[in-house]
Design a protein around this ligand. Structure first.
Ligand SMILES: [Zn+2]
Length: 485
């Protein structure tokens, strides 16, 4: 109680006074520690807004102001259900008190990767409140009771329905879906409900129990994962769209686009690239931005570039056809450049290559999307040209999902991203943007100069899904392009 009073007093004080004593270290590792300000937590359904910070041992130089900073504070909204993080403000500080620069960010809804700062904060803030074993047991009993009642009601409904003509039943799709989960679901879901309270899993306790309830309950549960994902588009496949689209980091604001316009962004038709900015105010930069991607890479200055340090390792993977591309997530991996580490978030494909090199497009390109602790995105592009079969890509294609937005996670198949990289790792680099709405700028592009080969058959397989998912090249507008020599 006393703590509560102190906390609320602190919250009421001016920022500079309250900041210092409320930081709590949640993770400490060589070179940095991660802290959160408990008084900053704002809960709204499944989302929690929190202020966190990274305190670095060594000072880094802010590229924008040239000043040194050792503390990066970030205000982020975490979706405990989808495990997405959306940073809305970042403050760079020389030390505990001295602000170097603040930036308000047009929220980018990103999936949170294991081991990152966001992962640590998310675990912390999404943890259900601690309860006594007695309370837990009581909750589990209540959940079991609710489930039993729900299932009994469903069973009754199903039995009543069985007496109706078959034609009506066949057309009643939602009920049919519920049918499968009726009786057998009680046991596994009760177990899940208990486990989630026991292990303090990120998802709030009532969620797993609700999943077992009749299909009609699915809608309110989904609507609760708000803030960025509000209303899913009324497409015929409304079952999972919000969740699966969140995986495409490069397309982070697709949801926002869906919210405001019924036309979904695409590569042709009404949602074509020239209309992206009209589909949602958040996409404005697609039209008015002056540092957009892709570009025709030419007239770069030839210099010695620092080699990119790739830290990839063999891993299982998860592959999804998200309606815009085929996208893959793997286990931990990162790149390091100029003293900064960027964690791999996902990679995906375009056909043909979005970037041109000296006016020429390649057959395809892979974009490996990375994100640093301070939120900067770095995309490594590996150009693909027709040639011999690529074993890395073959493993992925072997596991290609049969349906859009239905991810496949093979239990044993593995891929090693090192084997996708070209033998020579020289590259072009320039500052650009996401190549899909909302076209956010400030993205560091690292385009491998040496293409790698894929077979015609492999290109054809991707073409069956996406004949053209490349944004047209954008004006480079006198931007500096560096070419490793
Ligand atoms: Zn891309």
């Amino acid at each position: 109680m006393r703590h509560l009073i102190i906390a609320s007093l602190l919250a009421a004080l001016p920022w500079t006074v309250s900041a210092a004593p409320t930081w709590q270290t949640i993770s400490s590792e060589p070179g940095k520690r991660i802290e959160i300000d408990r008084t900053s937590l704002k809960r709204d359904g499944n989302t929690v807004q929190a202020q966190g910070r990274i305190v670095l041992e060594k000072e880094l130089t802010d590229a924008k102001s040239g000043a040194g900073y050792r503390v990066i504070e970030a205000i982020t909204r975490y979706d405990c259900n989808t495990r997405n993080a959306n940073t809305i403000k970042r403050i760079f500080k020389k030390n505990e008190t001295e602000v170097i620069r603040e930036e308000d960010i047009k929220g980018t809804d990103l999936p949170v990767r294991t081991g990152t700062l966001d992962d640590k904060v998310l675990r912390e803030v999404c943890r259900p409140p601690k309860e006594s074993p007695v309370e837990l047991a009581k909750k589990a009993n209540e959940a079991a009771g609710e489930l039993k009642a729900a299932n009994e009601a469903l069973l009754k409904k199903e039995m009543a329905k069985a007496e109706k003509p078959a034609a009506i039943k066949a057309s009643d799709a939602p009920a049919k879906e519920a049918e499968h989960s009726a009786i057998p679901s009680i046991r596994p879901n009760l177990k899940a409900a208990m486990e989630s309270t026991k292990e303090a899993a990120p998802a709030p306790t009532p969620a797993p129990a609700k999943e077992a309830a009749p299909a009609k309950m699915a809608a309110p549960a989904k609507a609760a994962t708000v803030v960025v994902h509000s209303t899913p588009a009324p497409t015929p496949k409304t079952r999972k769209p919000a969740k699966s689209e969140g995986y495409m980091l490069e397309l982070t604001h697709t949801q926002a686009a869906v919210q405001h316009a019924h036309i979904h962004w695409a590569y042709d038709g009404a949602g074509a690239p020239e209309n992206w900015s009209n589909l949602d105010p958040k996409n404005k930069v697609c039209a008015i931005g002056e540092r957009q991607s892709p570009i025709d890479i030419k007239d770069g200055i030839k210099v010695d570039l620092e080699p990119i340090k790739f830290k990839y390792q063999p891993s299982t993977f998860r592959i999804i056809d998200n309606g815009h591309t085929v996208q893959v997530e793997v286990g931990e991996g990162s790149i390091s450049l100029t003293g900064k580490t960027y964690e791999l978030v996902q990679f995906h494909f375009h056909r043909p290559s979005e970037e041109k090199v000296n006016g020429q497009r390649f057959d395809m390109v892979v974009h490996l999307v990375h994100k640093s602790d301070d939120g900067q995105l770095a995309v490594v592009a590996v150009l693909l040209e027709r040639g011999t079969e690529n074993p890395f890509i073959q493993t992925l294609w072997n596991n290609m999902p049969l349906e859009k937005n239905m991810p496949v996670a093979p239990p044993t198949a593995t891929v090693d991203l090192n084997s996708l990289l070209p033998a020579t790792r020289n590259y072009y680099t320039y500052m650009g943007s996401l190549t899909t709405p909302p076209c956010s700028e400030g993205v560091l592009w690292l385009v491998m100069k040496q293409p790698v080969q894929v077979s015609q058959d492999q290109i054809n397989i991707f073409s069956r899904l996406y004949k053209n998912n490349a944004r047209p090249v954008q004006p480079s507008g006198g931007r500096l392009i560096k070419e490793g020599r």
